[in-house]
Design a protein around this ligand. Sequence first.
Ligand code: ZN
Length: 93
Amino acid sequence: MGIPAERIDRLQDLAREATAEGDIDRAREYVRLARRIGERHRISLQRRFRRFSCDDCDAYLRPGATARVRLRSGHVAIRCLACGATARYPYEG
Ligand SMILES: [Zn+2]
């Protein structure tokens, strides 16, 4: 495959599909692989990808399936339904 960023994009697609099929463990493998690629090549994972993977258990966070997303004043709270961790990010329109 092509440059690392493209491989990460592809892994994100695969993780999303696996999650849609209810295979959270397979999605985790894709998330972990994407993280390793990002670390090896010293590129930060795309912010979108970071937001949709759980820092605690590596689950791919798909709203309505493995994640609950809430808008608060000034931030977005994303709760991982696989492990219960909540991540908060500044809200950007
Ligand atoms: Zn989690």
